[in-house]
Design a binder for this molecule. Sequence first.
Ligand SMILES: NC(=O)c1ccc[n+]([C@@H]2O[C@H](COP(=O)([O-])OP(=O)(O)OC[C@H]3O[C@@H](n4cnc5c(N)ncnc54)[C@H](OP(=O)(O)O)[C@@H]3O)[C@@H](O)[C@H]2O)c1
Length: 346
Amino acid sequence: MRILILGGTEFLGRHLVDAALKKGHEVTLFNRGRTNPDLFPAVEKLRGDRDGNMEALQGRRWDSVIDTSGYVPRIVRQSAELMKGAADHYTFVSSISVYADFRTIGLSETDPVERLNDESDEDIAAHYGALKARCEEEVRKTFGEQTLAVRPGLIVGPYDPTGRFTYWVRRFAQGGDVLVPGRPDYSIQFIDVRDLAQWMIAMEEKRLTGVFNASGPADTLSMEHFVQTLQRVGPKSGKPIWVSENFLLAKGVREFEELPLWISDKANWPGFMTINARKAMDHGLVFRSLEKTILDTLDWEKTRQRGPNRLHDLDNGPGLSREREEQLLNEWRYELNNGGASTTPP
Ligand SMILES: NC(=O)c1ccc[n+]([C@@H]2O[C@H](COP(=O)([O-])OP(=O)(O)OC[C@H]3O[C@@H](n4cnc5c(N)ncnc54)[C@H](OP(=O)(O)O)[C@@H]3O)[C@@H](O)[C@H]2O)c1
């Protein structure tokens, strides 16, 4: 197949390229040439900006287009209209953030999506989910039944620029006392970027269309099991100190940001990591082991710290700084009356 990727050089896109090339497909990338421009020297690269400068795509034809870089409906409309007649199938990478109400447990593809109050609002940070939902609509308006909308949960693994899953992998590998948020049985979800990419390419090959949530694992994964796995496979095996959620909230620790993957029982979004991805699994989505995702993320993380092209300084990324973590742990121990902090779940 001839596949055009609008994007393709940061995280999901680069794994899509890998997965497509491995299956013998012909890949073309369209991007501005700013992010990792030297990647994939043997792959055709068309330069331009999808916001108003897409001339490089004129007069060409592909079997399928995959859009990993669409966030604004107006811009996605431009791409979809340009691709009409130039591709038979349009895959839009959306997000589970489209859903309107995360109080619902087990959200599936037919649940309501968030709406924009003001159609001209393009503030991605403020309206990421609603904008993604509108982008999906724009593609459907143009490509109709030939549209595939993929809604991933948290995407993790090598080259993840967000540092969220990586925080936990790195932190446990550093060893010592590790602050973990104190509700061990709550369920967490994410998807290894390579599982997502391989499944998406298989979906292209079968020309499948429709809307699909894409998150894992297949069975429920508790924070406790995640922590135990990090301890078991990591080189230094940090020691978890389970700190009560009430304490963390009282100290102003920000859910999902300072402690990635943490949603407290006080939050009004308990369904965020209980997404129902049964439909994707029924269409071939499979998950590698958690151990493999952790170890590969760790390997990548090590090369990244030594390499000359570090994209992000992880100490400025998500997660607690070591200083803040230590301070919180000291205060927590003090609160438990000197030495009562637990290494087992509260
Ligand atoms: N990370 C998560 O946990 C998560 C969860 C759910 C959904 N998602 C979705 O998954 C997708 C992940 O994207 P990714 O960043 O990994 O994709 P990617 O394809 O690996 O990287 C983004 C690409 O877009 C290109 N690009 C950016 N702005 C452009 C423009 N104006 N014109 C042309 N090209 C442009 C970049 O290259 P240049 O800079 O060189 O132009 C880069 O190649 C996103 O749609 C995100 O919303 C992510």
